[in-house]
Design a protein around this ligand. Structure first.
Ligand SMILES: CCCCCCCCCCCCCCCC(=O)SCCNC(=O)CCNC(=O)[C@H](O)C(C)(C)COP(=O)(O)OP(=O)(O)OC[C@H]1O[C@@H](n2cnc3c(N)ncnc32)[C@H](O)[C@@H]1OP(=O)(O)O
Length: 189
């Protein structure tokens, strides 16, 4: 059975890096009120282990605009150990993953001229899943230090958003990643 396609609003123009519009603020821009993208996710995508606010066992990752890009902050606990003193790589991938999908959602709303959390917005939500996740581990990541992930929107197309991300622990860049986020298929609803 062919999978039904998620709805893409006609108001969502395709934008690619270099076109001069990726990541540009619009008059419809949002989330300068201290809330994060994930604070506005509908309940059906708010149970994610990485970023779902409704998952009591999850990481509750939160991503906000930071200028033209995004920022996500997370301090791993001692249970996230790889070898003593250093962070487990799977956790690093998880943080990059949800920072990337969150950035994709924020970018898609911005490109569509929509405001997350707008009570007057009755269009279907733009829900993303990870199609591809790439991580380069550049330096050992110390436990007990806040990890700061900065996201950059590389490309926005009709069904996908490509985000590059850089994770730092203090002054050290410990990982770089790339997320290809794709609109959630109807089969996952
Ligand atoms: C009010 C506010 C609401 C906000 C609301 C926001 C909600 C934000 C939700 C976040 C919630 C947490 C999310 C956590 C992140 C997970 O952990 S999600 C769980 C892990 N991921 C999955 O389970 C996904 C499983 N895979 C799939 O369902 C399908 O393979 C996919 C990824 C949807 C792709 O489906 P498809 O039909 O192959 O996609 P298709 O339309 O053919 O491709 C579209 C584009 O994506 C590209 N693409 C697709 N797959 C790939 C791939 N694997 N590699 C590279 N490129 C790919 C295609 O090449 C194509 O690119 P273009 O040709 O347009 O350049």
């Amino acid at each position: 059975m062919a999978a039904a396609r998620a709805v893409v609003p006609a108001s969502w123009p395709e934008r690619t890096a270099g076109a001069g519009t990726v990541g540009r603020m619009t008059s419809h821009d949002t989330l300068h009120d201290g809330t994060a993208f994930q604070d506005h996710y509908p309940p059906d995508v708010a149970a994610c282990f990485g970023c779902g606010r409704l998952n009591e066992h999850g990481h509750h990752l939160r991503t906000t605009w930071d200028g033209e890009g995004t920022v996500t902050r997370f301090t791993p606990g001692p249970e996230q150990t790889a070898v003593p003193g250093y962070v487990y790589g799977g956790l690093i991938a998880s943080v990059i993953d949800c920072a990337g999908t969150g950035t994709a959602a924020g970018a898609a709303y911005r490109a569509a001229g929509r405001t997350m959390g707008d009570p007057d917005d009755h269009e279907p939500p733009l829900r993303f899943v990870t199609g591809r996740l790439e991580v380069d581990y550049l330096a050992p990541t110390p436990l007990g230090v806040e990890l700061v992930v900065r996201g950059h929107i590389d490309e926005i197309k009709a069904r996908k958003v490509v985000v590059s991300l850089e994770m730092a622990a203090g002054d050290t860049v410990v990982a770089r990643g790339r997320v290809i986020a794709v609109l959630m298929p109807a089969t996952m609803e």
